[in-house]
Design a protein around this ligand. Structure first.
Ligand code: ARG
Ligand code: GLU
Length: 717
């Protein structure tokens, strides 16, 4: 009887394995996942998702600017992505009187669509396994740098022999910590125009308070259009370009989702580290995340104070604030989630099981004997240096005076080099951007808030002597210190700096030796570059080599486990089902939110929870058109798809491959899926496509865009 029970439970857990962890390479779905996906309800074949011989869903998916995902939804190159992915473009076109951030933007016709210098979208044409070519001549005992230069040479060789079509590009990326290499053939379009965006009170409703949270009520979408040359091929921006006719445009389903419905997310997840050893996970929870959170606490508090008081500063700092707050909040959720699900203990258990299996096989034991112990101990060695790195990088990147000075130092270093012109153009653009959105007052206060971390939280050996000296000199008073540096620095004078680098920067560079802010930056950099970086590099190389063997060992030892490669900004498929979760004891979260939830959160005039009058009106009249269901307007929903940063804007597809939502976030308690996915609390958040269409159609009156799209499943349920 007991035996039967065990067997039955065994079958159940295999058949209905709760988890559908993983970000899978689309070319391997057929072998690895197709069955499981169909078991979960998918009606497609793997070839419908990815094929190089016929049109497939992948032809509608783009990397949006390299940092987000987008999907093509019309035969005229219309692309949907998130509001926060399009935000930089929206911000660049915004002024105090044409405030698209606050009020939204809708082009009434194609001539009004706004070009965005530097923005591009990339399609994946095909993916090839090139591991054998790339790893040719790579031997087990090689030093890391020797190995890498061999690989670089092989990749260069490969590039020379790869036949590319017109307008195609190729790049090679490592997978499984360098055990595998794949070649991606791509096609990139550089004329991508802004078509529409809702006001932030819809597109970023709930802002930072609601960010990473469920229940969520954000209409996080924006609309762009790809333009091509008259031959329908990529072309630099020109007013003569025409809307791109895509190979594939997604069909949109108005049916909506219910409990356990199959969903998949097709996009470009940025970075995960799912195969770390326990010591590394331990450090994320107790050392690195807390350090970074603490520095950002300080910087954000300063920005917030000024942004709330001044609309102009709010525009200047909005994008920076959102970026800094985003990771800050994610790390907090990560610590919480790893703690709650026993992430470290789970790793220890996994390592015990791995070791047991390893030791049972003499052959494997000989090859990988101590790799896990060595890896854990390398992580122990890097711990103090990793902490200093976090403090240092967080500090110098949040104080913009430092960023400006460092940018100029880089430019100076390029003087006389063949690539100087390119460096100059890059520095000029970056500095123009920095100055445009800089308030010296805000920055001064950020300085005064962050230097205490650098001075007081660190091992004194890691503090630059000039920092100690200036700290003494200004009476150990951070405000006084800040006032002195910001009162006089030429580097805050944008006109002078821009003119100097354009004509003759020598006098400006001479100030590196006399300007106290520049002296401080140089001193901090010198200590870091000579005292920390070499050590970090050496330890990181050791870790990389060990992590690669450990990865290989896991795949050879745990042969019954399916492995997916860590995210690396390449095209992936995640799949799962619509489902709520238990965020804490006694609380169950449902999987859908509705417009009445927006109204429940509505706080008139609030900077995060205001709701535009027009939307309130539509709500009062229940004027939802064909997008509502049973008198309600759906807004967001969640599912168990494994996603990460970069998946923003990714299409959420149903069992038939129809577009049902746009991915934009994860739930706070589950952000540790980057390190250790746990099916009980890891959920991705999508805005329901019906809400997107409702806003475009009913709120913005841009029905002409809807007519471009192909809709199915009309009446709702
Ligand atoms: N957390 C989401 C992501 O990682 C959304 C960020 C944008 N929203 C915001 N309020 N900052 O990108
Ligand atoms: N908002 C994220 C992005 O910009 C997606 C959320 C996540 O990290 O999963 O890609």
């Amino acid at each position: 009887m007991k035996k039967w029970m065990v067997l039955l439970i065994g079958i159940l857990t295999i058949g209905f394995a709760k988890a559908d962890e993983g970000m899978w390479l689309p070319q391997f779905l057929e072998n690895l996942n197709e069955k499981r996906m169909q078991q979960l309800g998918m009606k497609l074949t793997a070839k419908d998702i990815y094929s190089i011989n016929k049109g497939s869903l992948k032809d509608a998916i783009v990397s949006f600017g390299g940092f987000c995902t987008g999907e093509v939804v019309s035969e005229k190159g219309l692309v949907l992505t998130n509001h926060h992915c399009g935000f930089e473009s929206i911000q660049k076109h915004s002024t105090l009187d044409k405030n698209y951030i606050r009020d939204g933007f809708w082009a009434r016709n194609q001539t009004e669509e706004l070009p965005n210098a530097g923005l591009y979208v990339t399609f994946i044409v095909r993916i090839d396994d090139v591991s054998a070519q790339v790893l040719k001549g790579v031997e087990p005992g090689m030093m890391e740098n020797e190995r890498q230069s061999r690989i670089d040479r092989n990749i260069n060789e490969l590039k020379k022999t790869t036949v590319l079509g017109d307008f195609e590009n190729g790049f090679v990326s490592p997978f499984f910590d360098g055990n595998k290499y794949y070649l991606f053939i791509t096609e990139t379009f550089n004329d991508v125009r802004l078509v529409g965006a809702p006001p932030s009170s819809i597109g970023n409703f709930g802002q930072d308070s609601d960010n990473w949270m469920w229940p969520r009520h954000t209409g996080d979408f924006s609309v762009f259009r790809i333009y091509a040359g008259r031959n329908n091929k990529p072309a630099a921006y020109s007013p003569d370009n025409v809307p791109y006719i895509p190979k594939k445009a997604l069909t949109i389903s108005l049916k909506g989702m219910k409990q356990d419905d199959f969903t998949m997310i097709f996009g470009f997840p940025g970075r995960t580290t799912e195969y770390l050893p326990s010591e590394a996970v331990q450090q994320i929870v107790s050392v690195n995340d807390p350090a970074k959170i603490m520095v950002r606490d300080q910087a954000l508090a300063v920005m917030k104070r000024y942004m709330r008081a001044d609309e102009g500063l709010k525009i200047k700092y909005a994008s920076k604030y959102a970026g800094i707050a985003n990771a800050w909040k994610k790390w907090q959720g990560e610590v919480l989630g790893l703690t709650r699900t026993g992430g470290v203990q789970k790793k220890l258990d996994y390592e015990a099981a791995f070791t047991q299996r390893l030791n049972a096989d003499n052959n494997l034991k000989n090859r990988y004997g101590t790799v896990l112990q060595d890896l854990n101990s390398a992580y122990k060695d890097i711990k103090p240096f990793g902490l200093t790195r976090d403090y240092y990088l967080e500090t110098i990147s949040k104080i913009e005076l430092f960023v400006i000075i460092n940018r100029l130092r880089t430019l100076k270093a390029a003087t006389g080099k063949p690539n100087y012109e390119k460096e100059y153009a890059a520095a000029r653009d970056k500095l123009t951007e920095l100055y445009k959105n800089l308030s010296p007052t805000v920055d001064r206060d950020i300085f005064a808030a962050l230097l205490p971390v650098y001075i007081e939280k660190q091992d004194p050996a890691f503090i630059a002597p000039v920092a100690k000296q200036q700290f003494e000199q200004y009476g150990k008073n951070y405000q006084q210190w800040a006032a002195a540096l910001y009162g006089n620095s030429v580097f805050l004078d944008s006109a002078k700096v821009m003119e100097a680098i354009k004509t003759d920067p020598s006098a400006l560079y001479a100030l590196f030796d006399t300007d106290p802010a520049a002296q401080l930056v140089s001193g901090m950099a010198a200590l870091y570059d000579t005292g920390i970086t070499p050590k970090l590099n050496e330890l990181q190389a050791r870790i990389n080599g060990l992590q690669r063997s450990y990865m290989q060992a896991q795949m050879e030892v745990l042969t019954d486990k399916k492995f997916y490669p860590d995210a690396n900004s390449t095209l992936r498929v995640g799949f799962g089902k619509v489902d709520g979760y238990y965020p804490a004891d006694g609380i169950k979260y449902d999987y859908y939110t509705y417009l009445y939830g927006v109204m429940e959160k509505y706080v008139p005039g609030d900077y995060e929870f205001d709701v535009p009058e027009k939307l309130r009106q539509l709500y009062r009249k229940k004027d939802y058109g064909r997008y509502g269901t049973n008198g309600k307007m759906p807004v967001c929903f969640i599912a168990s798809n494994h996603t990460t940063g970069g998946n923003s804007g990714s299409p959420a597809l149903d069992a038939h491959g129809n577009l049902v939502g746009i991915n934009f976030d994860r739930v706070w308690e589950g952000t540790m899926s980057d390190v250790n996915y746990d099916a009980s609390i890891c959920r991705n958040i999508m805005v329901d496509i019906r809400y997107v269409l409702f806003i475009i159609d009913k709120y913005a009156g841009a029905g002409h865009l809807i007519s471009e799209m192909k809709l199915t499943g009309g009446s709702g349920r």
